[in-house]
Design a protein around this ligand. Structure first.
Ligand code: UDP
Ligand code: MG
Length: 316
């Protein structure tokens, strides 16, 4: 099978027939063998009936339905597990992404050798309240992830080599960072293609403004995981040692001042009035805590199923 199209959807009944026809048209024009996997993320409208109707007349249409709304990432992950095509293409169900991009995306994966090609909605049809934070968000994501050539991390339209989707796990809200996940998994050839974007035709957006707050928090998590995920002591140990050293110096200072004042008539040193006393307390306690966190982190890392996952590029 050439292509699996994975489509996560949540209450998109109006768009589905049009989208399906469009994909079918593109596939038959280019003679691709394909499947469409609709992942119904707990829709409460008539989406499921629409999908059943579509599947009844085209055996290439498959569907997985969640019993409740879990989110776009879980939906994508489920679609990825079931995908059978050599190239896996994800697109949103709301007709904002154009199926006409599929042949070129397919070509970039199969001929140009990309592991992942991300769409870039260069000209967007979204409100300003979304496009400006999106620009900032992408600039941060580029910096943190080190994937400098991507302008649009969160574009729903992406193409993957099959191996990529089988090796990454998209959970929580991590669909915004799939290129970063792929890079961390060892897939380095990540490209971009300018794609047509349309205003939402039916229904409303399923994400609110909290997407930006959560987006940044998730980026922090991913950065931490990729840097210290299997060696947490490297960060907590360093911080702990630094703090402990500052605390220790403060203790010495307090002791010296106390000794001096004990042998002096005119100089009185009150332990609890000294800033060094408090510094020594705070920093030694914090330092010890960082160290313990590091040890616990190491114990967890030792049990992590991914601790020995390496992507091997060649073997004789
Ligand atoms: N979606 C989903 N589960 C959710 C939220 C969204 O499957 O909990 C789907 C949605 O139906 C659409 C895609 O994810 O197919 C992108 O969502 P949307 O168009 O609302 O996002 P936006 O274009 O506003 O970024
Ligand atoms: Mg949309």
């Amino acid at each position: 099978m050439d292509i699996s199209v994975v489509i996560p959807l949540y209450n998109e009944e109006e768009s589905l027939p049009e989208l399906t026809e469009w994909i079918e048209r593109v596939m038959s024009t280019h003679g691709f063998s394909y499947e469409i996997i609709f992942v119904n993320d707990g829709s409460t409208d008539g989406s499921m009936d629409v999908i059943r109707g579509l599947a009844a007349r085209n055996p290439a249409i498959h569907s997985v339905a969640f019993s409740r709304n879990y989110g776009k990432s879980p939906a994508l992950n489920t679609g990825f597990q079931r995908a059978k095509g050599d190239v896996v293409i994800t697109m949103d169900a709301d007709l904002q992404d154009s199926p006409d991009e599929i042949p070129e995306l397919y070509r970039m994966i199969t001929e140009d050798g990309y592991d992942l090609v991300s769409g870039w909605k260069k000209k967007r049809y979204d409100p300003l309240s979304k496009t400006i934070p999106t620009k900032l968000f992408n600039a941060t994501a580029r910096r943190v992830s080190g994937i400098k050539n991507l302008h649009d991390f969160n574009c729903g339209l992406k193409a993957y080599r099959k191996a990529v989707v089988k090796h990454i796990e998209v959970y929580g809200d991590m669909h915004r960072y799939i290129p970063y996940l792929a890079k961390n998994a060892g897939y380095k050839k990540i490209g971009e293609k300018v794609v047509q974007h349309q205003a939402r035709k039916y229904g409303t957006t399923k994400f609110g403004l909290d997407r930006f707050v959560n987006g940044y928090l998730d980026l922090g998590t991913l950065w931490f995981q990729s840097k210290f995920g299997v060696k947490p002591m490297h960060i907590f140990g360093l911080l702990g040692s630094l703090m402990f050293m500052i605390g220790f110096l403060a203790v010495i200072t307090v002791l010296v001042l106390k000794l001096v004042s004990m042998h002096s008539e005119s100089y009185h040193f009150y332990l609890t009035k000294s800033v060094y006393f408090y510094l020594s307390l705070v920093f030694m306690v914090l330092g010890t805590q960082f160290f313990c966190t590091g040890f616990i982190g190491e114990l967890i890392a030792r049990n992590s199923p991914e601790r020995n996952d390496y992507l091997i590029s060649e073997e004789f």
